[in-house]
Design a protein around this ligand. Sequence first.
Ligand SMILES: [Zn+2]
Length: 286
Amino acid sequence: MWAQGHRDLVLPRVPGHEIAAVDKQTGTLYTVWPGQACGSCSYCRNGRENLCEEMKIIGFHSDGGFASSLISPAASLIQVEEDIAPQLLCFCEPVACVLNGLEKVSLAKGETVIIYGGGVVGLLAALVCLDKGAYPTLVEKDENKIAKAVPFADACGITVKRDCGENNFDIGLNACDSPLAFGQCLNKLRKGGRFCYFSGLPGASGIGAGDLNLIHYKELLVAGSYGPRKDHMRQAVSFCAGQQPLVSLLIEEIIRPEKAPDKMADILAGKAYKYLIDFTGQAPHF
Ligand SMILES: [Zn+2]
């Protein structure tokens, strides 16, 4: 977003929409649904508040979690009652996005899923698929990323492949912004398969008619997904609490805020998992 911009990002802005927070008076732990929905438009009234006509997103339209404190509407707070290491609450938002995406393609137990992109979101998507009794295959072109993913993949019992010869997957999901991966993902689906258009693509991406026509010839269903609903955030808290050892493998390092600028180059290069910024000075591995 820093390098390419984003439709909903209004600069200047303190970013940060993956948040763990504590109420200083009560000690209650929260994560934050980063949406601020109007509650009255047709989308809000019909349970699709992530598509609210008046949607404002913390870290995009208002300052977010890369600060020692932020203002959140009470309605966006997700109270945490699960036994979970607070730092892992930063993963609830991306997990919630995955839950939304897989809901949009009606993922069912026993189905096969091909995921393009071996970064944090791709790995989380694979873990959610496993949790739902599905069979994920993860494709990543970058050998360094494949090597980096080995501990997580081994612990989950999945493999991250450079390519995949099969082309009969029930579901595909793009967890990277590559137009090439987008087209390949369509190619790997069986007739009647479902594609979750999860990651946005850069503005000038050309997707060839040859790939798009697969939607026609194979009668593919394509479902977009953007952000999570609030109930996905609640589900994500339970999920992260139940998967703490695996989710913890996706923390690159917990850093002090003043170290954040030094890490941006690695993040832009896609070399790092999640850096968590700790403002409390109390997180482990500090
Ligand atoms: Zn609304």
